[in-house]
Write a protein that binds this ligand. Sequence first.
Ligand code: 7PJ
Length: 278
Amino acid sequence: MNISTHAMSAFKPVKVMGILNVTPDSFSDGGKFSSFDKALTQVELMIINGVDIIDIGGESTRPGAAEVSEKDEIARVIPLLKAIKSRFDISVSIDTSKSAVMSEAITYGADMINDVRALQNKGCLDVVAQSDVTVCLMHMQGMPRTMQANPQYNDVITDIIDFFQQRITSCEQQAIDKSRLILDPGFGFGKTLAHNYQMLAHFAEFKQLKLPLLAGMSRKSMLGDVLNRDVEHRLAGSLTAAIVAVQQGASIIRVHDVAETVDAIKVLTEVAQYSNNH
Ligand code: 7PJ
């Protein structure tokens, strides 16, 4: 399935992307079956709860996180991708910035590449051009290790729109059709608290690029800083942020809490059916 085309259709149902983190200590050596089975159980639960896309990430891009080698990242995500694709009928996205990981992921049936570096690393545009996967181009200022040090923008919205326009042009020059692209302003990726809330308050402005939009705010610091709650207690904040993003035109919401987000979006969608014909 071409996710971006689907998200652009007239009715435009909002999709929920469920986060599946593959931690460094899980099964990179292929020997720890309990972690592997746990991940598959989590996938099954997300599917039961109505997830549309599973997003597998083998590189931690949290602020301050260390880098991971190509070999390790492949060992973390590809066996899981294969297992999911052989057991379930569900779209899978691979959260990576490495062309070798993208290539393997595409070979083993990934439906989408989710790149927090927006295909700027060497070889990524080429690999994606030779496939038909959907791509999420995310904006990040700086690199994960240092990005939160001192983020600066002239205007966070227009700076990100300029970045998107450049990336869209680069994709089109490589014959990656616009219909395959999804845009994400990258909450928390080289942004202050104020930048993050400006992005959310004005999220609808990204619609001018005429592409589906993805928003990922689940459990992030932009919620924790306002709520003064640790990462396990940010569900209400995450749902509120998700709903605001949907109201501002987001097509895909990337979350940890699938069941709750699906419920919230169902209620919002029901309201929307009555709001146009008063
Ligand atoms: C995002 C992501 C996001 C996209 C992460 C975390 C950090 N990919 N990968 N958008 N965040 N597209 O989930 O807290 O916001 S990792």
